[in-house]
Design a protein around this ligand. Structure first.
Ligand code: ZN
Length: 244
């Protein structure tokens, strides 16, 4: 399955892609995936008033080290577009943007859900793509581990792809290479794309923890080790290691 994922699609080598890059494990893996697949790749990041800006701070260091890791990555990686979406933080009331404890809402969705976040991210990225002559948007959304977020679902994003293509009157493709992978398979994919060196770079230089903790390096990376994002990352890492 990993082999299918890194097989180049016909025509992809002539296309430019915009990757939604947050500084976390999933979007970092998607970035490497896109760099192997497309002619050129640019990144988009969103500042929406996250309680912890650690992820955003990790982005720059990761991009620089990714360039140093691999000549193809360096040659294909274009500019980074940082987009101010502080209004999203103002209008949403969730544990990622407000000082409140992480919990599950009555509808079963964790309160780390930022309503409509991914719809807005892709729509803004599509505006960047239109200006930059890109036809592909890449995001690290995944149904396997987190089906609670409705805007991560495959159907949501397929529907958005149609809306964006109609609304721009240009063909826009949304690619989500991690949609059917679990976290262990995401590490495997990173290894297939850039070897142990890329796995190590993602382990050390990306950030996933909801609480923004970055003072202790665990075998799976930095984080508090207790929040849902850390637990998911730790579980995926140990599954990846145990099958290696
Ligand atoms: Zn954490």
């Amino acid at each position: 399955m990993q082999r299918t994922l890194i097989t180049k699609a016909a025509g992809a080598e002539n296309e430019k892609a915009i990757v939604l890059f947050s500084g976390g494990q999933d979007s970092a893996t998607c970035l490497a995936w896109a760099l192997r697949r497309y002619k050129s790749v640019e990144t988009a990041g969103f500042d929406y008033g996250q309680r912890h800006s650690v992820e955003l701070e990790c982005r720059k260091a990761f991009l620089q080290k990714l360039r140093e890791l691999d000549a193809e990555f360096n040659a294909k990686l274009g500019p980074d577009h940082m987009i101010d979406m502080s209004s999203l933080g103002q209008i949403s009331d969730c544990a990622l943007t407000k000082d409140k404890a992480i919990a599950f809402e009555k509808n079963g969705v964790p309160n780390t859900f930022v309503p409509a976040r991914n719809l807005l991210f892709f729509t803004y990225a599509a505006a960047v793509a239109y200006r930059r002559g890109a036809s592909v948007l890449v995001g690290g959304m995944c149904e396997t581990d987190y089906s609670g977020y409705a805007d991560c679902r495959d159907n949501t994003l397929k529907s958005l792809q149609v809306s964006l293509s109609l609304g721009l009157d240009e063909p826009i493709v949304i690619e989500t290479p991690l949609m059917r992978l679990d976290k262990a398979q995401t590490w495997e994919l990173a290894e297939a794309l850039g070897g142990k060196e890329l796995v190590e770079l993602i382990r050390r230089e990306t950030h996933t923890c909801y609480l923004g903790v970055r003072d202790e390096l665990h075998d799976w990376g930095y984080g508090c080790g207790k929040c849902p994002a850390c637990r998911l990352r730790a579980r995926g890492w140990s599954a990846y290691k145990n099958q290696a």
